[in-house]
Unconditional design. Structure first.
Length: 336
C-alpha cells in the first residue's frame, strides 16, 4: 500500500514538476493525432474510391441496336466469358407491351452463377426461387419485385399465370425491393427461347460487364471481330471511350494516397521523437529517485504511466478536434 502511494506521489510530482513542457507535448501530440485522424479517414475514403475506379476501368458498356438483341447479347457474352467475367454490373432488359418497366436476368446457376443478382435466395418474400429445370429449359417463369407486384399484379397470387409482353408467365415468387439490383427477374434461357420466334419482344439495349482484369484495345478489337463472325445484320458498340478519364482519376487518387501515407509516417515519426525527448528529460530526474531507494521497476512504470497519460489526453483532444473539423473541411474544400 505504501509503495502504491509512493508511486502515485512520484507520478503526480513528475507531471506537475515540468508542467510547461508537458503542455507543449500535449499540444504537439494533439495536433499530430488530429492530422492522423483526418488523413486516415481520407486515406480509407481514397482506397475505397480507388477500388471503385479500378472496377470502372475493367467495366465495359455494351450497346445493341439490332432487332434480336437477346441473341446478339448471348453471342457477345460468350466472347466476354473467354476473358473471365467477374460480374454483370447492370443490364437494361425491357419488353414491348409490358407494364413492368425493366427486368433482371437469371443465368444457369451451375455455369454462370457469378452473373446472377447477389443474395437472390435471401430476397424472396413470397413463393420460391427458380428451380434448376426452369433455368436450364427456359420455362416461362418470373419472380416479381415487391414494387412491381403491388403496382401491376396485386390481384394475382403465387402460381397464377400473368401476361408479360403477350406471353404467359407463371408467377413463382415475390422479391424484396431493398436490393435495387434485383428488380423483377426472368431466366436468360427463357429469353433466348422466346427470341427464336422473331417477335423481338424483349430487348437488351445496354449492359455493363466487369472483367477480372483490364484488357487491351487490341483484345477488344479481336473480341468484337470474333463476335461479328457469329452475328448477322447486328449493330452494337463496346464502349471504352471513358477509360482514359477513369485512368487519370486513378492516377490522381494514387497521388493523394501517397501523400496521405507520407503525412501519417511523418506524424508517427513526430510522436516517436517526442517520446524520446520525454525519456531523456526524465532520465536525470529518475536518477535522483533511484538514489533515494526508488526501485527500477517503479521508475519504468512511472515513465510508462506518464507517457500513457499524455498520449491519452492528446488522443482524446485530437479525436475531438477531428470530429469538429472534418465536416468543415469536407464542406469548404470538397475533399470527398
Amino acid at each position: 500500500m505504501r509503495k502504491t502511494i509512493s508511486f502515485f506521489d512520484v507520478l503526480i510530482r513528475q507531471l506537475i514538476s515540468d508542467i510547461k513542457v508537458n503542455v507543449v507535448i500535449v499540444c504537439t501530440l494533439t495536433i499530430t493525432f488530429t492530422f492522423i485522424f483526418l488523413v486516415s479517414t481520407e486515406f480509407i475514403s481514397r482506397i475505397s474510391e480507388y477500388g471503385k475506379l479500378n472496377e470502372g476501368l475493367r467495366t465495359y458498356e455494351i450497346r445493341s441496336f439490332s432487332e434480336n438483341s437477346i441473341s446478339a447479347f448471348d453471342t457477345i457474352l460468350k466472347e466476354f466469358e473467354k476473358k473471365n467475367i467477374e460480374k454483370i454490373t447492370f443490364i437494361n432488359l425491357t419488353a414491348n407491351k409490358s407494364e413492368v418497366p425493366f427486368f433482371n436476368i437469371f443465368f444457369n446457376s451451375d455455369e454462370k452463377i457469378y452473373l446472377n443478382p447477389e443474395n437472390m435466395e435471401t430476397e424472396i418474400l413470397l413463393g420460391r426461387d427458380f428451380s434448376e429445370k426452369e433455368i436450364s429449359s427456359g420455362d416461362n417463369v418470373v419472380i416479381l419485385s415487391e414494387n412491381d407486384y403491388s403496382l401491376y399484379y396485386k390481384n394475382y397470387n403465387i402460381g397464377d399465370n400473368i401476361k408479360i409482353a403477350d406471353y404467359d408467365f407463371e408467377l413463382i415468387g415475390i422479391s424484396n425491393d431493398n436490393n435495387e439490383k434485383i428488380s423483377s427477374v426472368i431466366p436468360f434461357n427463357t429469353l433466348v427461347k422466346l427470341s427464336s420466334d422473331n417477335k423481338n419482344t424483349f430487348h437488351i439495349n445496354e449492359a455493363f460487364i466487369t472483367l477480372n482484369e483490364r484488357i487491351s484495345k487490341k483484345e477488344i478489337r479481336n473480341l468484337i471481330k470474333a463476335a461479328k463472325e457469329n452475328l448477322n445484320n447486328v449493330e452494337y458498340h463496346i464502349n471504352t471511350s471513358s477509360s482514359w478519364m477513369i485512368l487519370s482519376k486513378i492516377e490522381n487518387v494514387r497521388g493523394i494516397i501517397f501523400a496521405t501515407i507520407t503525412i501519417i509516417v511523418f506524424c508517427i515519426f513526430n510522436i516517436i521523437n517526442l517520446l524520446k525527448i520525454l525519456h531523456t528529460r526524465n532520465k536525470s530526474i529518475m536518477k535522483i529517485y533511484r538514489n533515494l531507494g526508488y526501485e527500477d521497476k517503479y521508475i519504468a512504470l512511472t515513465f510508462a504511466s506518464e507517457v500513457f497519460i499524455l498520449i491519452s489526453i492528446s488522443c482524446t483532444l485530437g479525436f475531438y478536434f477531428y470530429v469538429f473539423f472534418d465536416p468543415i473541411i469536407n464542406e469548404e474544400l470538397f475533399i470527398r
